[in-house]
Design a protein around this ligand. Structure first.
Ligand code: AMP
Length: 254
């Protein structure tokens, strides 16, 4: 089942996502999360959103949800992005910016947001800056999760996802109760097409090429927090709060 934000995004226009942020307005957090595929960025995004009451805007999840055959009304940007994703490469910057721009309502939401998977290039980051100025909001921090390539390959090769509810499992680290079956909804677990070895190699190469300049760009702005991503999700989350002391302008705790 798609999340409210995914339904609204696929519906397009200025559709409401029909969720009220858990957190009262006042101190919303607006974050960008970066990290190679397999570093556990999605899990950290979920923890952050649950704790901060923010909205999880994952471009990869949106594109995968919008692929379902029942999603017939897709914006031009969404349609074109899906076609690019299927080829295993990155979606062009202009298309991604158009897509994220469609969620202006989420960017200015009083609960804040956690952008996951976007921006991935300096051009996208520049476009995001303009979008945020247009929406009248400010980015608080950019968190990058870091892990060795060997560990990433080990993690990714065991990952399993539920195509119905998007729950994520792992062959050794987070096994479902019944082999091959989603604990949450009973769906049949699969390996994501982009977790196949060839697709992983393409994604890692693309990621490393693009990410260096993007990290430098955010570091120069004094927004970058580097977090070593080894250990359990809760340890990584706690480490992030320690690492945030490195911010030039330290964002306040929620
Ligand atoms: P992810 O789950 O974030 O790895 O995204 C899955 C796929 O969606 C990527 O391999 C790209 O094809 C596409 N995608 C998601 N976000 C972006 C982005 N910011 N820029 C370009 N392509 C993207």
């Amino acid at each position: 089942m798609n999340k409210p934000i995914e339904i609204a995004w696929i519906r397009g226009g200025d559709a409401r996502c029909d969720i009220q942020p858990d957190k009262p307005p006042g101190s919303p957090w607006r974050l960008v999360l970066l990290g190679a595929p397999g570093v556990g960025k999605g899990t950290q995004a979920e923890i952050l959103c649950a704790r901060l009451g923010a909205c999880h805007l994952s471009t990869g999840d949106i594109l995968r949800s919008a692929e379902c055959p029942t999603c017939v009304t897709r914006s031009q940007a969404l349609q074109s992005a899906i076609l690019n994703m299927r080829k295993g490469g990155l979606v062009p910057d202009e298309t991604m910016l158009e897509l994220v721009g469609e969620r202006g309502r989420c960017l200015r939401c009083c609960g804040g947001f956690v952008l996951d998977g976007f921006p991935r290039t300096v051009a996208q980051a520049e476009g995001l800056d303009e979008l945020l100025i247009r929406e009248g909001v400010v980015l608080d921090a950019v968190i990058t999760y870091e892990l060795s390539v060997n560990e990433i390959v080990r993690r990714l090769s065991g990952r399993l996802v539920c195509p119905d509810c998007k729950a994520v499992f792992h062959r050794t680290k987070k096994r479902p109760i019944r082999e091959g079956i989603c604990d949450a909804c009973g769906g049949r677990l699969v390996r994501r097409a982009d977790d196949e070895p060839d697709a992983i190699r393409t994604r890692m190469t693309l990621y490393e090429e693009k990410i260096g300049p993007l990290l430098e760009w955010y570091a120069r702005k004094g927004l970058l927090i580097r977090v070593p991503a080894y250990g359990a999700p809760e340890e990584i989350y706690a480490r992030m709060w320690t690492c945030r002391q490195s911010l030039r302008v330290t964002a306040a705790s929620p």
